[in-house]
Each structure stands twice: as C-alpha cells, then as structure tokens.
Ligand binder design. Structure first.
Ligand code: ADP
Ligand code: MG
Length: 240
C-alpha cells in the first residue's frame, strides 16, 4: 500500500529524515516510537505530502505521490490523518465537522453524509453530541470525533500522530479503544505513539526512529522482548 524509498527531508540545514526505507502492506498496523525530535511527525507528514520530501520517493497504491504530475488531493482523500491537537473546526458543529469534506468534495450528498455521520457517532457512543460544538467536548470526545471525521472519507489508510498525547490520562483509554476497534476491522494504520501497551497489543510491526533514521523494526514481541540496537535498549529502559 505504501512504499517509501530513501526518504529525506531537510529544513534549511537541518537534515531531519536521513533516508527512510519502508514498505507497508494493506492491513498492517505499523507503530512508530522514538525520542522527541527524532523525525516521527515529519515522516508521517511526508507520507501524505503535508511536508514535501527533499529527497527519495513515496508510493501510495501504486502511484508516486512525490511526482509533480500526481493528483495529490485525490490520493490524500484515501489517507486519513489524526493529529495530537484534534484540529476540529471550532466554528462547526460535530455533524458539520464530520460531513464537510465528503460533501464539499462531492463524494456524498448531504443526506448521505448525514446518515453516515450518525452511524459513525453511534459507533463511538456520541450520538447525543451531533449538534454540539468542539469547545463543549472533552479532549477524549474531541479526538474520537476527529477519528470518525477522518473515517467519513472512507480512507484506505489512517495516519495517527500521537493521538493521545494531549489528553488527560483518564481519556487515553477511550481513544485507544476506538483505534483498537479500527485495527481489528482490518484498517491499515501508521501510528506514532508513546503508548507502549497499544504497540504491544495492536502493532504488526514496531519501528524505532532516532535522529532521522529507522534503527530497528520488528514485530512487537521481538521489539520489546529482544531489542538489538543499543539506543533502542536505552529508550525502552526509560519508557517501560
Ligand atoms: P518528532 O515528531 O519525532 O518529535 P519532528 O518530526 O516533529 O519530530 O521534528 C524533527 C525535527 O524537525 C526537529 O528538530 C524539528 O525542530 C524539525 N522540524 C519539524 N518541522 C519543522 C518545520 N516545519 N520547520 C523547521 N523545522 C522543523
Ligand atoms: Mg511529533
């Protein structure tokens, strides 16, 4: 589904991604961990061209998204993204947040989008919030809405950038629960997180990023149980 070849990204003289290579198959759940500033967000943002790579290639469903001839907007519709800070539109109701993109892009009529939004809200137990505004929601509710807003586009892959890092601890579980359900339904997911329990339970592969490179990648049992890289060992000794 996604192939990344020698991906590089610099900001001025700062080489943030120093040659990332990875292939992600349909249905995989790839969890990315690593210290702050190691380039995790930049990597994720390069996957859907929110950041334009300075070198290398990103292929998505057989198309080179870094080729200027590719219609990135079309491809981006197939890649849902969830951010640490929710990024809901504050002036729109929950329903409007969820239905805006599919209607605006003419993928659905307003009636179809409304019906789908009701279904998605029911699924996360927030039907009663359909007509409220983001500032009336808890952080956990906002993030669950942000997830279903992304799902309303029927994406083929979901990218999560530290989706629980801005939440009060008691709200982390409800968001991880929605993500786990999504994983069990077969969604392809790339998740940057510090939630090691989630990585152990859900990941098909865990990547360790440090200083703009992937230093280790392994299934969770091996990643946590028998790490090879010294910097990963040190990282795990701090976070576990
Ligand atoms: P992480 O998500 O692992 O914490 P980031 O990808 O956010 O790391 O950042 C990696 C490095 O890239 C940091 O040194 C950060 O300052 C730099 N960086 C990220 N985005 C930008 C930007 N838009 N402009 C300049 N520097 C950036
Ligand atoms: Mg980050």
């Amino acid at each position: 589904m996604i192939t990344v070849k020698n991906l590089q990204k610099s900001f001025g003289g700062n080489n943030v991604l120093k040659g990332i290579d990875i292939t992600i198959q349909k249905g995989e759940k790839v969890v990315v961990v690593g210290p702050s500033g190691s380039g995790k967000s930049t990597f994720l943002r390069c996957l859907n061209l929110l950041e334009v790579p300075t070198g290398g290639e990103v292929w998505f469903e057989g198309q080179n998204i870094t080729d200027p001839k590719t219609d990135i907007n079309k491809l981006r519709q197939k890649m849902g993204m969830v951010f640490q800070q929710f990024n809901l539109f504050p002036h729109l109701s929950v329903m409007e947040n969820i239905t805006l993109a599919p209607v605006k892009l003419k993928l659905q009529t307003q009636a179809q989008a409304d019906e789908q939004a009701q279904r998605l809200l029911a699924r996360i137990g927030l039907s009663d919030k359909a007509h409220t505004y983001p500032n009336q929601l808890s952080g956990g509710q906002k993030q669950r809405i942000a997830i279903v807003r992304a799902l309303a586009m029927n994406p083929d892959v979901m990218l999560f950038d530290e989706p629980t890092s801005a939440l009060d601890p008691e709200m982390v579980g409800e968001v991880l629960e929605v993500m786990k359900e999504l994983a069990h339904e077969g969604m392809t997911m790339v998740v940057v997180t510090h939630e090691m329990g989630f990585a152990r339970e859900v990941a098909t592969r865990v990547l360790f990023m440090d200083n703009g490179q992937i230093l280790e990648e392994a299934p969770p049992e091996r990643f946590f149980g028998a790490p090879k890289n010294d910097r990963l060992k040190e990282f795990l000794s701090k976070v576990l």
